[in-house]
Design a protein around this ligand. Structure first.
Ligand code: TYD
Length: 137
């Protein structure tokens, strides 16, 4: 699965660098969807894995606010692994992409900016069901 295709994209987040520290800002025009929800993963134990699902409609933008982690992505055909480790760069994951988050460094924080509110029915949590879903006609 190629980066910057329809499924996934790396997007730069504007950075304001100053001697007193850096500031990055995500606004509606930074990412290609309207922001409906923001959540974050933190206090992640070593060896822990998150994700393990796809979404039917939801689009998400992931940023490593601190530390680093790997995102394993699968579009039903190909797997791609992307390491996120910069607070001024994020990964757009469109709908219909299976994702697993792993190899969290100690103290890492994963920010998730989402296009929809939380709807459990939007999740596909079974990989075989995901494969059927992406191959549906
Ligand atoms: P889940 O999306 O499975 O976490 P991850 O993909 O990071 O592994 O969500 C974990 C739990 O948190 C699950 O019980 C649903 C709940 N949850 C909410 O209540 N609201 C939310 O916005 C999110 C993202 C999760």
């Amino acid at each position: 699965m190629k980066i910057n295709n329809r499924g996934i994209q790396i997007i730069s987040i504007p950075k304001i660098e100053e001697r007193r520290g850096n500031l990055s800002v995500i606004e509606n025009d930074t990412i290609p969807f309207d922001i409906k929800r923001v959540y974050y993963l933190y206090d992640i134990p070593t060896g822990s894995e998150r994700g393990g699902h796809a979404h039917k409609d939801l689009r998400q933008f992931l940023v490593a606010l601190s530390g680093s982690f790997d995102v394993v992505l699968n579009d039903g055909k190909e797997e791609t692994i992307i390491t996120l480790n910069k607070p001024y760069e994020g990964l757009l994951i469109n709908s219909g992409i299976w994702r697993e988050l792993q190899n969290f460094s100690s103290g890492s924080i994963c920010l998730v900016v989402a296009s929809e509110v939380y709807i459990e029915e939007d999740y596909i949590r079974d990989f075989d069901e995901f494969i059927k879903y992406v191959n549906r006609k």
